[in-house]
Design a protein around this ligand. Structure first.
Ligand SMILES: [Zn+2]
Length: 389
């Protein structure tokens, strides 16, 4: 049986062809990768989510008893609905050295280059193993990465470092902000608007909390703490959605909103969350409950990505710099799964092909020369893994 060999571009074409928008299953892609690796004698572990509709994939190429290097990527992509694409987002289109398609830059490009190198990795052979860690649901709050990080943490021999291949133009990224997302439901008490003082207006109570959240955001901007490596250089807090009420002459009994904290590594988001909760439950809610004890706030965390920060002198950083050919590091404002792997005790650096400014947009693309740079990165990685034990 002849084995599948694909160039990075051909591999990317395959991966883009699987519609792995976060609301859908990623299993077709995962099973395809599993079979591809199997052709080369590599067994994969699948770690499913509770619905069994999605899975992470972990595979080791090389010896199992030596600490290795993890190449990590998320398989899901953001939706294309409502975006004006010039061509089918799930069919790779090559035009003027740019490869268009959903996920080309965020982040199937990195995964494609790594997978296309599998035949070469096998040929080396590797003295130090390369791990593949492919996750699901990154785009909706890094849900899959927690399980795969736990899986890596529990291996008999824990990996020594992790490269998360999010689009950084192949620069080495050593820090990003954290994200905490919350859904809030405000339960009020309905009434004819002429009787408003005897009711509990859910929209107004929500607005009071939203205004408080805004005051926290202003304080963070005006008083810090600051970290100049980020843009903006402070923790941001904002309300993203709000929905409530039906008509103007009914006191609304329900309002929903969502808010988000993006913290610099120096700020513990728990303190801010606690402050917002205190205001809701100790200041606003008692006034509501005086009118009707069934009213009040429900605040639930919907997603959590820890902030990520690794010092420049860490051997993992030096190692990734030597592979990328870059000589300096940067911090970014977008979040990745790096904080999850790094918190699991696997020193992590973010480095991958493409630009984040292309991500999540219609006509998303990755430049072929970025894939070439990533191929060179993989070649240097194999070179080091072959020699250094
Ligand atoms: Zn991404």
């Amino acid at each position: 049986m002849s084995k599948t060999t694909l160039s990075s571009k051909e591999m990317l074409k395959r991966l883009v062809g699987f519609d792995t928008t976060s609301v859908r299953s990623n299993l077709d892609l995962i099973h395809w990768v599993q079979n591809y690796l199997k052709e080369y004698g590599i067994e994969s572990s699948l770690i499913h989510d509770a619905t069994k509709n999605k899975a992470n994939l972990h595979a080791i190429i090389g010896p199992q008893n030596v600490p290795g290097v993890v190449l990590s990527g998320h398989t899901d992509v953001v939706p294309v609905e409502g975006q004006a694409w010039d061509s089918d987002p799930f069919t790779l289109r090559d035009h003027d050295g740019l490869l268009y398609g959903r996920g080309t830059c965020d982040m199937k490009g990195f995964i494609a280059v790594a997978l296309a190198k599998v035949p070469e990795m096998i040929r080396q052979p590797l003295a130090t193993p390369i791990h593949f860690a492919l996750s699901y649901d990154e785009e909706i709050g890094c849900l899959g990465a927690h399980d795969i990080a736990r899986h890596l943490e529990k291996l008999p021999v824990k990996p020594k470092l992790c490269v998360v291949g999010e689009p950084t133009g192949m620069k080495a990224i050593t820090g990003h902000k954290g994200i905490c997302d919350f859904d809030c439901v405000v339960h009020g008490k309905e009434a004819h608007s002429s009787l408003a003082p005897y009711a509990v207006n859910a929209v107004e109570s929500a607005a009071e909390l939203v205004a408080y959240i805004k005051s926290v955001a202003r304080r963070m901007a005006n008083e810090g703490p600051y970290n100049k490596q980020f843009d903006p250089p402070f923790t941001t807090v904002h309300t993203g959605t709000m929905k409530g009420g039906t008509v103007v002459n009914i006191v609304p009994n329900r309002c929903e909103f969502s808010f988000e904290i993006r913290n610099i590594p120096e700020v513990n988001p728990e303190t801010l969350i606690e402050e917002i909760r205190q205001y809701a439950f100790k200041t606003l809610e008692p006034r509501m409950k005086d009118i009707d004890p069934k009213t009040g706030f429900e605040i639930k965390a919907s997603a959590r990505v820890p902030a990520f920060d690794i010092i420049n002198t860490d051997p993992a950083v030096t190692f990734v710099l030597s592979l990328s050919g870059a000589n300096s590091t940067e911090k970014v404002s977008f979040a990745t799964e790096a904080g999850i792997f790094h918190s699991a005790g696997i020193p992590t650096v973010v480095c991958g092909p493409g630009s984040i400014s292309q991500a999540h947009k219609p006509n998303e693309y990755v430049a072929i020369d970025q894939l070439t740079k990533c191929e060179n990165f993989m070649d240097r990685l194999m070179e080091k893994m072959r020699k250094a034990a």
